[in-house]
Design a protein around this ligand. Structure first.
Ligand code: XUL
Ligand code: CO
Length: 437
């Protein structure tokens, strides 16, 4: 059964092409800095936005026109499995990601939910074997169901905490069954609305306890996925505990979890935290914590998580620059945690949006590779810190300096001469590189 009947398989046609259903930049087999684009980028489809989002907002109901709308319950879930693999195949996307509730409807009881999951997981496994498509990561949705109103791993009610543990256990088993390369923990409602009724320290201790249980259970069943925390500063709660990369790293360090986790960083979460995406990636990278990316972008005029497809070339270039400088994305990938706008309700918009994201990332990869090959920013940075290569600066780096030796130097060294950072020149250079590739 074909679900996207009118959509051909998407090919690379290059810059001259005016075919909207073709890649102009993303040429999967093109080698960039020793690896193919496909190997660098490891694109993934987000099941929830692509197959479950209906285009509703607080002011209106769904707008999306989808083949699977003719079905409901498990029948609908089965058609969505077919849709997922046809979609990945046609776009040449190797990976996908899902929450448990995205792939199979929740039942009235935990037993029923698990039974539904088993049926769909078996179908997914069969399709994966037939197509060679892989699971970049799975996760458990412990935030949508009303039982999680006050959190899951930070719940105030031990019965809810226990349910979350059971749901997580099943999700780890699903990940193992499907050979997931990563497992993501996004703290959906792990945060608070007001400190007036919240024991923050206790909630964080409990969250760490749940993560320790997850590490132990994964080990027990031989699930060797890389565990990832996905930081976000707010939404749905006013204050999310995994606020940003730095906060998540300090949490993992405090609770002895740092060796078991890395980070899944998301562009729109970074901007909500008041950071650029490249800041978050750099923060993770310098701490050895870069795991995977949720690729999207926000809207500067809107203060919430709009999850738009990434098309800002400055951002994709600087993102890929950070990734390349960090030595690549490893077992992670570039997951399009992005949804088409409410007005983009036709089925081909799903393809056009992914093409836009993939071409924008391929473009960014090429520009980043040029920045690196020509050492454009490396030269600037190296030159800026050159005073630490010799004399008193070299003493500081070697750990030989003391406050007394710094004083002795400073007393006889005047005047101090500083140099410009040349930021505006660098912004223009960046533009020149982006539009030259
Ligand atoms: C929410 C978000 C999630 C996670 C997975 O903002 O990004 O979809 O990626 O739970
Ligand atoms: Co995300």
């Amino acid at each position: 059964m074909s679900i996207f009947k009118n959509i051909p398989s998407i090919q690379f046609e290059g810059k001259g092409s005016d075919n909207p259903l073709a890649f102009k930049q993303y040429d999967p087999k093109q080698v960039v800095l020793g690896k193919t684009m496909e190997e660098h980028l490891r694109f993934a489809v987000a099941y929830w936005h692509t197959f479950n989002a209906i285009g509703n907002d607080p002011f209106g109901s769904g707008t999306m026109v989808r083949e699977w709308d003719k079905f409901s319950g498990m029948d609908r879930a089965k058609v969505q499995v077919e849709a997922n693999f046809e979609f990945m195949e046609k776009l040449g996307i190797p990976y996908y990601c899902f929450h448990d509730v995205d792939i199979a409807p929740e039942g009235a009881t935990l037993q029923e939910s698990n039974k539904n999951l088993d049926v769909i997981v078996a179908m997914l496994k069969e399709q994966m074997q037939a197509t060679g498509k892989k699971l970049l990561w799975n996760t458990s949705n412990m935030f949508s169901n009303p039982r999680f109103v006050h959190g899951a791993g930070t719940a105030v009610n031990a019965d809810v905490y226990a349910y979350a543990g059971a749901q997580l256990k099943k999700a780890l088993e699903v990940g193992k069954e499907l050979g997931a390369e990563n497992y993501v923990f996004w703290g959906g409602r792990e945060g608070y609305e007001t400190l007036l009724n919240t024991d923050m320290g206790f909630e964080l201790d409990n969250l760490a306890r749940l993560y320790h249980m997850a590490v132990a259970y994964a080990k027990e069943i031989g699930f060797d996925a890389q565990f990832l925390i996905e930081p976000k500063p707010k939404e749905p709660t006013k204050h999310q505990y995994d606020f940003d990369a730095a906060t998540a790293i300090s949490f993992l360090q405090k609770y002895g979890l740092k060796d078991h986790f890395k980070l899944n960083l998301e562009a729109n979460h970074a901007t909500l935290a008041g950071h650029t995406f490249e800041h978050e990636i750099r923060t993770a990278a310098i701490n050895g914590m870069l795991g995977s990316l949720d690729a999207n972008q926000g809207d500067l005029l809107l203060g919430w998580d709009t999850d738009e497809f990434p098309t800002d070339l400055y951002s994709t270039t600087l993102t890929m620059y950070e990734v390349l400088k960090a030595g690549g994305i490893g077992r992670g990938g570039v997951n399009f945690d992005a949804k088409v706008r409410r007005g983009s309700f036709e089925a081909d918009d799903l393809f056009l949006a992914h093409i836009a994201g993939m071409d924008s990332f391929a473009w960014g990869l090429k520009a980043a590779a040029k920045l690196i090959e020509e050492g454009i920013l490396d030269k600037v940075v190296e030159n800026r810190y050159r005073s630490f290569k010799e004399g008193i600066g070299a003493d500081v780096v070697a750990g030989k300096a003391t406050l007394a030796s710094l004083e002795q130097y400073a007393l006889q060294n005047h005047p101090i001469v500083n140099e410009s950072g040349r930021q505006e020149r660098l912004r223009l250079l960046l533009s020149e590189v982006i539009f030259s590739v």
